[in-house]
Design a protein around this ligand. Structure first.
Ligand code: MLT
Length: 266
């Protein structure tokens, strides 16, 4: 059990399977607005803020790693609090790393998996070094230096050009994240293991979603991920970058509804 930490969540829907959604880094549950509204007729949708992000208090200080395993235990604590014995789990990017950690330890709780704009491999040595440098720098000067470079890579060029509201929404999420949350998550992401060999063991209905313009976890990687999971569907979302459910909610929901139907039929 994780330490008691205040965790914010919201949900909609009264029928169908529980569907828990885990945001990416350094974002929060508001990125799932289109799913909370759009999937409510099909599932009991709940999106949470991981500790240190959105309105949730940090669980560890920025000098320590907030591991994907520890994040997964917080997701389990929300499921327990809601009485969700079994649930579909969806995670975007870092949320996907958390989903992989959760299914490794709590396979029996998982009815289905949606991996959105994410990957199973670990960081390169260089990537890991960069994250640890970021974590050190955050301790000295806060998260401000990360905002512009992060925003520049998250959204597709079309979203940036045509949807200033979405760009502003992402900026608000990034600014809301606490320094402790961002630094400890960077350390935790850097420590995550290579989960590629585990993909072949997934035996629940699975979906891999990727924005066609995702430059952080590009479509080729998503294709390999989908091929490695037995029976997984792949949805490549046009005019979306690394935040396909936020940039193109309805196109993403079409794929997520198919996953819900597969879970219902299983
Ligand atoms: C995310 O969106 O969660 C990040 O891109 C994850 C990462 O930095 O690996």
């Amino acid at each position: 059990m994780p330490n008691a930490t205040y965790i914010a969540y919201e949900g909609r829907g009264h029928a169908g399977p529980p569907f828990l959604l885990i945001h990416g880094f350094p974002l929060d549950r508001s990125m799932w607005r289109g799913q909370i509204d759009g999937l409510a007729p099909n599932a009991r949708v709940v999106a949470l803020d991981l500790p240190g992000f959105g309105a949730s208090a940090p669980a560890v200080d920025g000098s320590r790693a907030f591991t994907m395993d520890a994040m997964a235990e917080h997701v389990i604590s929300v499921a327990d609090a809601l009485g969700f014995d079994r649930f579909i789990l969806g995670g975007l990017s870092m949320g996907g790393y958390v989903a992989l950690a959760l299914v490794r330890k709590h396979r029996a709780r998982v009815l289905g998996l949606a991996f959105l704009d994410t990957r199973a491999e670990a960081d390169t040595a260089e990537g890991r070094r960069g994250r640890l440098e970021n974590a050190e720098r955050i301790a000295a000067e806060g998260t401000g230096f990360l905002i512009d470079p992060t925003l520049a890579r998250l959204l597709s060029p079309r979203t940036v050009a045509e949807r200033p509201d979405l760009r502003n929404g992402v900026e608000l999420m990034v600014r809301r994240a606490s320094a402790a949350g961002v630094a400890s998550a960077q350390r935790g992401i850097a420590e995550r293991r290579d989960a590629r060999a585990e993909l072949a063991k997934i035996d629940v209905p699975a979906l891999v979603v990727v924005g066609a313009d995702d430059v952080i976890t590009p479509p080729e990687g998503a294709r390999s991920m989908a091929q490695a999971i037995r029976g997984a569907q792949l949805a490549v979302i046009p005019n979306a970058g690394h935040m396909s459910p936020f940039e193109q909610p309805e196109a993403t929901n079409v794929a997520l509804r198919k996953l819900i139907r597969k879970v219902n039929a299983a």
